[in-house]
Design a protein around this ligand. Sequence first.
Ligand SMILES: [Zn+2]
Length: 152
Amino acid sequence: MLTLREQLQHKPFRQWMAKTPNMKVQGHKPPWRLFVQRWDGGNWATADFMDYEQAYRYVAKHLKEFHDMALNNRREAFKPPIVRIAGVRLAYSPSPADYSHEWCGYCRRMTQFRFYISGKHPAMKNVQVDPSLKRCVICGVRHIFLHPYKLK
Ligand SMILES: [Zn+2]
């Protein structure tokens, strides 16, 4: 899977990530959940942040140290940044011809969606998940739960 570090090599995505997003959904729990994978194929550890800037600074500081990261919003899904290529507005994709990666609106990055036939997803330890539904490999959101985004 493309790591966050690899995706941040793309300037439009890097600029978008550096901006503090406007959240529409209110809540009491910390909205930002940082997922950290120390090595390829390892477990994802999490830490919660109230504040985007604080979480983003942590990501920037440790980007080279960890294998992969995701700065996930637990409350709402975000559309990918819009890029303009030869005058055409397109949703950001690090490699448009690569269909193995899709945008996860909660993880706010390109990720992969898979079936969990064992009924266990690492991000949802105490829950039996439906093995017939594809889920984000990082946060576990169901693929069908993500609304298709419009470019406007
Ligand atoms: Zn996700």
